[in-house]
Design a protein around this ligand. Structure first.
Ligand code: VGL
Ligand code: ZN
Length: 202
């Protein structure tokens, strides 16, 4: 069962959104062009309550992109983004969602952030995605979306640890920080995650 997992292709991560990924919208036609090649297509949606702990606006005196310590780990404070029910939390309007069988929402617990589509950042609670994919008989998992260096990266990492054969589709993803992402790509390759292009998908 060849499966595509589309991570957080939402308006707030697009140019003009509140937490824009440079050239984020260029991946939308690429993702649309590959969906028919998969047996199963699933997506994640960053979906925060307004009082979510990752939003700088909930920390008096703190600025966006400042780092704080949370449960002994660093937490970046983000601009308000993907707030439940807002237009910014919606998927890009040109993204074809008709083939999607399920959408897993994440970052819904106000007390903890969730970069991975599988677990929160403390690995305390699962979204149910791994169990869903296993029950469906997924073997090969292809990942793409936004941001490549944050939510796609952490999802790929967890997917690998859960035992899926993982493929990262580079031209169907876009990082927030292109320079930093070069290092993360090396880590992915070291783990055994294959970095591919949309054109490589049969
Ligand atoms: C993301 C930062 C905060 C992402 C989500 O989808 O990459 N990044 N929340
Ligand atoms: Zn978020």
């Amino acid at each position: 069962m060849k499966t595509l997992l589309i991570i957080d292709v939402q308006n707030d991560f697009m140019p003009g959104g509140s937490l824009p990924v440079p050239e984020g919208s260029k991946i939308v036609p690429v993702i649309n062009s590959i969906q028919s090649k998969f047996d199963l297509v699933v997506a994640t949606q960053d979906w925060h309550p307004q009082d979510h702990i990752s939003l700088a606006s909930n920390h008096a005196g703190k600025s966006t992109f400042e780092e704080i310590e949370l449960y002994g780990k660093p937490q970046t404070l983000w601009p308000d983004h993907c707030v439940q029910g807002t237009g910014g939390a919606e998927f890009h309007p040109d993204l074809n969602t008709t083939k999607w069988e399920a959408i897993f929402r994440k970052g819904t617990d106000k007390n903890i952030d969730s970069y991975s589509g599988f677990y929160d950042n403390g690995h305390l609670k699962s979204t149910g995605l791994s169990g869903y994919l296993k029950e469906k008989g997924v073997s090969q998992l292809f990942l793409c979306g936004l941001a490549a260096d944050i939510c796609v990266y952490f999802s790929t990492h967890d997917a690998f640890k859960e035992g899926f054969a993982c493929f990262f589709i580079e031209d169907a993803s876009q990082p927030l920080d292109l320079e930093g992402f070069k290092e993360l790509k090396k880590k992915m390759e070291y783990l055994g995650i294959q970095i591919i292009s949309a054109a490589d998908i049969q």
